[in-house]
Each structure stands twice: as structure tokens, then as C-alpha cells.
Design a protein around this ligand. Structure first.
Ligand code: S3P
Length: 168
């Protein structure tokens, strides 16, 4: 389907990289979190609080299926937990070329420490939580990816160049 797909942990830069890439490649950008919020007419935090994470995960799979129904040559940035489900990894592979923006727990913590919009990062000791979640998730991000981009200590220009070198 020729799409460029960005995956990675919360705060790895998917949204910003997606926007910049869309200018550069002259393709529109779609964000699965935003698609779900539009569809549900409420925020991700509200969905988690009212219906729970399992409900949200099902909406992610629905969203991918909708995108597979005709989305071509676009940039798609996906929620950090979306590639964890095996079915979703298969759907991502059908949808396009998958780039994993790989960031360390330190990089992520610095970017998200003041953020209140991500329900999974609230609570005590977010730093340890981030470390633990990255460890749990990294294998599955790699399994979903065609290309891994190390984003630590790089500015957006460098990251865009590296992605550009690999885009088919
Ligand atoms: C999540 C990541 C979030 C959002 C939700 C759950 C996760 O998206 O989908 O809060 O499980 O990693 P971003 O990666 O865009 O923050």
C-alpha cells in the first residue's frame, strides 16, 4: 500500500517526525490516536478512564483495518502500544514500510516528564515504569519494523535524513 509507518514508544517523536516527513515527502499524515479520538468523539484519557485499555486496543485494530481499506502513499504514525498485538503487526506489514523510532528510557523520560495526556505514564516513579515498559516492548517493536532508526541524541533533521535514505 506504499505507506510510511512510524512506530515506537510514547515520546519517541512519531508525531513530530510524521508531520515533518509529510512536508518533505508531500504526503498527508494520519495519526491512529487522533483517528480514534475523532471516531469516539473523546480523548484517549477519557477512553481509558471510562472503557479501559482493552477497549482502546480493540479500537486500534479497527482503525488499522479501516486504513487498510484504501490508504495508500501516506505517512501513518501509530500509538505506542499498537504494534504489541500480533494481529496489528501483521496489518502494519500489509499497510506499508514500518520504521521503528528507537529511544532510550532517558530520552523518553526527558520528553514526557511533564505530560499528563498519556494515562499509562501517570502515577509514581514514571522513570522506572518507562524503563520496564521499553524492555517489555522492544522485541515486538523490532519484530514489526522494516527499519530501526536510533533517535537518541539526534535532531529531527538527522532523523528525517535517515528515514529518507530508506524510504522505498
Ligand atoms: C500508548 C501510547 C499513546 C496512546 C495511549 C497508549 C501506549 O500514543 O495510544 O496513551 O500504550 O504506548 P503515543 O505513542 O502517540 O503517545
Amino acid at each position: 500500500m506504499g505507506n510510511v509507518i512510524l512506530i515506537g514508544f510514547m515520546g519517541s517523536g512519531k508525531t513530530t517526525v510524521g508531520l515533518r516527513l509529510s512536508y518533505r515527502l508531500r504526503r498527508t499524515v494520519i495519526d491512529t490516536d487522533k483517528e480514534i479520538e475523532k471516531e469516539e468523539k473523546r480523548t484517549i484519557s477519557d477512553i481509558f478512564a471510562t472503557d479501559g485499555e482493552a477497549y482502546f486496543r480493540d479500537r486500534e485494530t479497527d482503525c488499522l483495518r479501516r486504513l487498510l481499506n484504501g490508504t495508500t502513499n501516506q505517512i501513518i504514525s501509530v500509538g505506542g502500544g499498537l504494534p504489541l498485538r500480533e494481529e496489528n503487526r501483521t496489518l502494519l506489514g500489509e499497510l506499508g514500510q514500518v520504521f521503528y523510532l528507537c529511544a532510550s528510557a532517558e530520552t523518553i523520560y526527558e520528553r514526557v516528564k511533564h505530560d499528563t495526556s498519556r494515562p499509562l505514564l501517570q502515577g509514581d516513579d514514571p522513570k522506572s515504569k518507562i524503563e520496564r515498559m521499553i524492555k517489555e516492548r522492544d522485541d515486538r517493536y523490532r519484530a514489526a519494523a522494516d527499519v530501526v532508526i536510533d533517535v537518541n541524541n539526534k535532531d529531527f533533521e538527522q532523523i528525517l535524513c535517515e528515514i529518507g535514505e530508506h524510504v522505498r
